[in-house]
Design a protein around this ligand. Sequence first.
Ligand code: GLN
Length: 309
Amino acid sequence: TPKQPSNLSLLLQSLVEQARQLPEQGKVADYIPALAAVAPEQTGIAVATLDGQLHTAGDSSQNFSIQSVSKIFGLVLAMNRLEEEVWQRVHMEPSGQPFNSIVQLEWEHGIPRNPFINAGAIVVADMLVSHYSASKAALLNFIRKLAGTEQIWADSEVYQSEKEHGNRNAALAYLMKSFGNIEAEVPQVLDHYFYQCAVEMSCEQLASSLVFLANRGVQPVTEQLICSRRDAHRVNAILSTSGMYDQSGEFAFTVGLPAKSGVGGGIAAIVPNYGVIAAWSPRLNSFGNSCRAMFMVTRLAEQLGLSVY
Ligand code: GLN
């Protein structure tokens, strides 16, 4: 069991201060103007624990674009609806490739390596589009239920901007469609995917929303069953091998937690039987993972002895 520091909030405060003093590293995602315009110095962290407490520091209540962290929400929703069928259409192997890579899709006949790279999340988006009459609303409602607030939306500027600059994701989707692994029409699938990427949340909301993954599928405070124990295990397993893209191996090596990053600069790390760490700062390293968020999560995991290994 992790060490419970006498004052976790003070520790988080000191991590935010240290992160803010790091020599400037990385750069803000600039593939769409709406993300390039985000103030790069913002830095926040929140830890939600199974006893319902929330510890925070820095810009932890500031909303940001969750981007690929949304791949967790989409996957859990699809697993609940489609069960084993999910794994006929997306695998559970690390890709070792950048998040938006297309190369493996051709030789693997349109079956993505895992649900946390873009290709995999697009297949999951197709599952949602095909199984829900209003998949975007279903996803947003699911996130709101998890976060315990109605105050969560997709940012319309980011959503539009993703659509206008989505050629690579469109290429992934059409290639998979050519292999028969996309059921709905590609524009509709991409529409869902871009919407999901554009959802905005704060570190506080993100940490509280994902606690069920640290608690065998059950949201601790409300005691709602969100997914089966087996599925919580499965999501955490794939997060461990693939949640940080082609830096997942290094992240397992140095941190040892199931985690998901997004190009908005957010990272959510699951600490089984303890809680969830959500950290955010916009500047990204070459893998598309936030430099400062990586720093804070790494230090916190070291200091509290959180590694699952
Ligand atoms: N919207 C981004 C994309 O599809 C999400 C990727 C990410 O956060 N890594 O390219």
